[in-house]
Ligand binder design. Structure first.
Ligand SMILES: C[S@@+](CC[C@H](N)C(=O)[O-])C[C@H]1O[C@@H](n2cnc3c(N)ncnc32)[C@H](O)[C@@H]1O
Length: 295
């Protein structure tokens, strides 16, 4: 499973959903949607690095009303997987769904969402016209992958367009394993250093992403609100949680070894010990959500 595969995105989505529930409650999303929509017929939303659309599934029902989303990603396999991922979600949410011509339309009693999917490499200079067509610019699990320069360019474009920004699920660098093992901190330090490697956007901000972005947006006149959206994974909750813990152990170990190959022997011992006890392990991974609006 690679870092952005459809399999990994599906595995993490229930933890993302639960983590975001608390954070979303501290933002008045319905009020935000009404303010941003104004007299227009639909609220326009741009989702950057959309994967298979988890951010829309989390946000659209909370924003409510008529919405027009543009979902952007550079991976055509994730864009192509989207209709299949949306079908069971639409059924469970009580929405009808129509597809065709690279678009989706989801409709229910209090919600209508038109979705356009766009193949686009966001590491290339940002398309100011695309950003300018949307009142809300959002992304989930993206901010920690990008660089200071990328955030700067996005912030300036968004400010010019007077758009609001909502970034969900950015890591804050903390991870708490319980019961603890001697080498948890050592693996955590190498993992955090690996998170700062270039992911195509320049040196990644990693655990500093939210604080840095908040400061930059405030300097441009935005009012910034933050809320915690930590993952809480408990192996006692069953097979899905254990699979998530295994993926976290293996992902952290692979990144840590790539960061310091000489540490491989003790990291492999740590991996074996961690995998041996997933069914009685809990892990809290620190994340934050950030909402920036103009007064
Ligand atoms: C951690 S995933 C998050 C996906 C989705 N937002 C979610 O919350 O499930 C990061 C996403 O960034 C996308 N991505 C990475 N580099 C990109 C680039 N240069 N341009 C556009 N999308 C990119 C990946 O394809 C992947 O879908």
């Amino acid at each position: 499973m690679n870092a952005f595969s459809a399999g990994w995105l599906a595995l993490r989505e229930p933890f993302d959903r639960e983590a975001r529930a608390g954070a979303c409650a501290s933002f008045d999303l319905e009020g935000l949607a009404a303010r941003l929509r104004g007299e227009a017929s639909a609220l326009t939303v741009l989702d950057l690095a959309c994967g298979t659309g988890a951010n829309l599934r989390a946000l659209a029902p909370r924003l409510g009303g008529v919405q027009r989303w543009t979902l952007v990603d550079h991976d055509p396999r994730l864009l192509a997987a989207m209709p299949a991922v949306f079908t069971p979600w639409a059924r469970a949410t009580g929405l009808s769904m129509n597809t065709g011509g690279g678009r989706l339309c989801l409709e229910g009693s209090a919600l209508k969402v038109e979705v356009e999917m766009l193949h686009c490499d966001l590491a290339q200079p940002l398309d100011a016209a695309l950003l300018g067509r949307h009142r809300l610019i959002t992304a989930s699990a993206l901010l920690d992958l990008v660089s200071v320069r990328w955030i700067d360019a996005l912030a300036v474009c968004a400010r010019k367009a007077e758009a609001a920004l909502l970034f969900a699920l950015s890591v804050d660098g903390s991870a708490l394993w319980q019961p603890s093992l001697r080498d948890d901190d050592g693996v955590g330090r190498l993992f955090a250093a690996h998170q700062r490697r270039d992911k195509g956007f320049g040196p990644a901000l990693g655990g500093d992403a939210v604080q840095w972005t908040a400061a930059r947006l405030s300097s441009l006149g935005y009012e910034v609100t933050q809320a915690a959206s930590d993952w809480r994974i408990d192996g006692r909750d069953g097979a899905h949680s254990m699979a998530m813990l295994r993926a976290m152990v293996e992902g952290a170990a692979a990144a840590a070894i790539e960061q310091d190959p000489s540490a491989a022997p003790w990291i492999r011992d740590w991996t074996a010990q961690r995998l041996d006890r997933v069914e009685r392990t809990t892990l809290r991974v620190g994340h934050r959500d950030l909402l920036a609006t103009l007064p």
